[in-house]
Design a protein around this ligand. Sequence first.
Ligand SMILES: [Zn+2]
Ligand SMILES: [Zn+2]
Length: 346
Amino acid sequence: MKALVYHGPGKKTWEEKPRPKIQEDTDAIVKVVKTTICGTDLHIMKGDVSTVKEGRTLGHEGIGIIDEAGKAVKNFKKGDRVLISCITSCGTCEFCKKGMYSHCEHGGWVLGNTIDGTQAELVRIPFADTSLYHAPKEVNEDALVMLSDIFPTGFECGVLNGQVKPGDTVAIIGSGPIGLAALLTAQFYSPAEIIMVDADDERLKVARKLGATQTVRSRDGKVVEKVMELTGGRGVDVAIEAVGVPATFEICESIVGPGGHIANIGVFGEPVDLHMERLWSQNVTITTRLVDTVTTPMLLKSVEAGSLHPEQLITHHFKLNDIIKAYETFSHAKEEKALKVVLENR
Ligand SMILES: [Zn+2]
Ligand SMILES: [Zn+2]
């Protein structure tokens, strides 16, 4: 079978690999039908993620069809259509029992990281019963692929941790796929205002189409002034960080109002100044989280009912065979006006 293999920083190939085999009775082998490329994959390609070793098949998102189920797999059989979660969970360890699947002692984020991932014709999924979901028949496949990672991530780390409430003013810093997933799922709670911030006009245009009530272009360095002006000097109730660099986190610290929440989603590679000299008296809550994918069943129901349309974030489609070209497009997101790219294996 073919797979997209990481060979060290800047090096990847679409190459022949042995077909994955069942290693534990709780494994399933899934034929990948659709997968996508994540911002995290680009970080891996830069060499930023030290747990990913040379020879690893990348990818942690996708939908597929069960090709083979291990003897102990109870919920799935050959031929079932499934959604693959980016988080693998054993379901029995201390963290899994607390619903903190991201910290599963035998799983967590392993796909395309410490074990071979979904950017391949076939993938081995450990703990299939607790790491896969049945794909509802009527649901658009493109919408489903978005539920592997970005929608639960935007929703859990941004919206739920930020405690978005009816009437709130929410600011989301970063209008990439994750920020836009937070924008769409924040609307479950009817906030009064959602202010989207980004450097790219094209992304802000998309944000307005998807429900942003205000947009702020970040390139001139006046985001804080503009957001404070939009909120009558009070600041926002919820500031969601969806970039992962010190400058954007510091914007959140400056625009959060008294009693507000800063919910971090961004993946940080360096330290950030925490302005306690201002924040100590502001009744502010700061949260961090890895996605646990505990909301995947709820998001599946919302998509099935037609109240959430994650496929709106997809800008490009490729054949899985053309994945190198798809990486090229995704890594030049601005020029290509790319948000999510979907790869199809048929
Ligand atoms: Zn991802
Ligand atoms: Zn576990």
